[in-house]
Design a protein around this ligand. Structure first.
Ligand code: ATP
Ligand code: MG
Length: 424
């Protein structure tokens, strides 16, 4: 029988990679806490409608990337392709409007049926931040600066540029959409097939097209900045000037082609993109925007909101590849008769929050080899003689020095040693 393979576009995490993954999430959470974010998690699947209604029928995600299944009760369910729709659904289901403003951090796996390549998987992970209930443009600025703060902590920011755009309010978008339809209709024969459909259903989406011919047309298309209502224009200008006057001012550019792939955005949209080769063609690292209409559109109360997400796998491709682990203390049971005492000592050390591991072997030399293999900093040797005399030998595995310590003093002796780390 051939070896069992993982599903295409999925990935097993182990060793150094798994450690870096966990550390990255912990670091991101801690930066989020500086800005008042708390954890929130929603189910990994939702009724298909939750995503269909929010992301838009013409979005790539809904039109071709969703993992949708019918369960045994005949319900159509979809594995979440992103976080925002689930958070918005939870907001409505649980009446979170009582708790506004809310700052929520989520992380976990997402699923999209895409062509797997570097930085693009079918099961991938995101870190996701949503700021609900705040309409001020300063919330947009704050979120973009949080994104930059995270990228900076991960030492990725120097490899990125920041692009922003506005989608205005409803009125701006209606005027702009009309201008776009006029423009693209006069060039209809040059549009890709997908974009011809978009022209009928959702013309803004053409700006997001990856087709080379479409991109040439998009370059000369009308720009939304010329169609903003006074209120939308003022909102946009506050965000731009706030960002110019901040640490991201020097990496900021305005890109009128940024519309984001999903239908629910309004006002600010932004992307941090890497110019480094490490992520291949998949260079969007962290992206988001304001989505004031979404919760109301789903049947909830009108709630202003702004959020962003970043792909964990892409962050890991860009982050420095160092991971450390703390060396354990090895409790060496030399022979079966010492196992019970060795096990109890191991637990006593763990209960005092130091890392300990029991290793067992009849042959003292081989037992020490095992301690080396688990990268132990110290080995405590327990055999019949030691248990009888109540005097344990502690060996420093870095220096080779040994010391004899009385049974009663052993835990405190070990706790007083300095924690050492090793590089994975
Ligand atoms: P792309 O243009 O790369 O398809 P997107 O616009 O579909 O990205 P979003 O839906 O905004 O991406 O998701 C935000 C982030 O999630 C992306 O910038 C990327 O880092 C990550 N991401 C999206 N899809 C995948 C995937 N299939 N595999 C790995 N990471 C992904
Ligand atoms: Mg995509």
């Amino acid at each position: 029988m051939s070896k069992l393979q993982p599903v295409r576009g999925t990935h097993d995490l182990f060793g150094k990679e798994a450690q870096q993954f966990a550390e990255l999430i912990a670091l991101v959470r801690s930066v989020g806490q500086l800005y008042g974010f708390e954890d929130a998690s929603t189910p990994i699947f939702e009724f298909t409608e939750v995503f269909k209604r929010t992301l838009g029928d013409t979005s790539d995600v809904v039109s071709k990337e969703m993992y949708t299944l019918e369960d045994r009760g005949g319900e159509s369910l979809t594995l979440r392709p992103e976080f925002t729709a689930g958070i918005a659904r939870a907001f409505i289901s649980n009446g979170w409007q009582q708790n506004l403003p809310l700052k929520l951090f989520s992380t976990g796996p997402l699923f999209r049926y895409e062509r797997p390549q570097k930085g693009r998987q079918r099961q991938f992970h995101q870190i996701n931040f949503e700021y609900l209930g705040e309409a001020s443009p300063y919330a947009d600025i704050e979120m973009i600066l949080l994104g930059a703060h995270i990228l900076s902590y991960l030492q990725i920011l120097p490899k990125c540029k920041l692009e922003i755009n506005t989608l205005g309010d409803k009125e701006s978008r209606t005027a702009y959409t009309k201008a776009l339809v006029d423009y693209f209709t006069s060039h209809k024969d040059k549009l890709s097939e997908d974009s011809k459909t978009r022209l009928e259903k959702n013309p803004l989406r053409i700006l997001d097209s990856k087709d080379a011919g479409d991109k040439t047309l998009v370059a000369d298309a009308p720009k939304i900045q010329e169609y903003l209502t006074p209120a939308a224009k003022q909102f946009y200008e506050t965000v731009v000037s706030g960002l110019k006057d901040s640490p991201v001012g020097s990496i900021l550019t305005i890109n009128p082609a940024i519309v984001r792939g999903l239908d629910y955005y309004s006002h600010t949209v932004f992307e941090f993109t890497a110019f480094s080769e490490e992520v291949g063609a998949q260079n969007t690292v962290l992206a988001g925007g304001r989505y004031d209409g979404l919760i109301e559109q789903m049947g909830g109360p009108a709630t202003p909101a702004v959020g962003f997400a970043a792909g964990v796998e892409r962050l890991l491709l860009l982050a420095p590849k160092i991971a450390y682990r703390i060396k354990p203390i090895a409790i060496v049971a030399m022979g079966e008769s010492a196992v019970n005492d060795a096990f109890k000592l191991t637990q006593a050390i763990r209960s005092r929050e130091r890392i300990a591991e029991m290793v067992t072997h009849n042959n003292p030399g081989k037992a020490l080899k095992k301690a080396d293999k688990i990268k132990a900093a110290y080995a405590v040797l327990l055999g019949e003689n030691e248990l009888k005399s109540g005097q344990f030998v502690v060996k420093n595995l870095t220096t080779g020095e040994q010391e004899t310590v009385a049974k009663e003093a052993i835990v405190n002796y070990l706790l007083a040693t300095k924690e050492e780390t090793y590089e994975l």
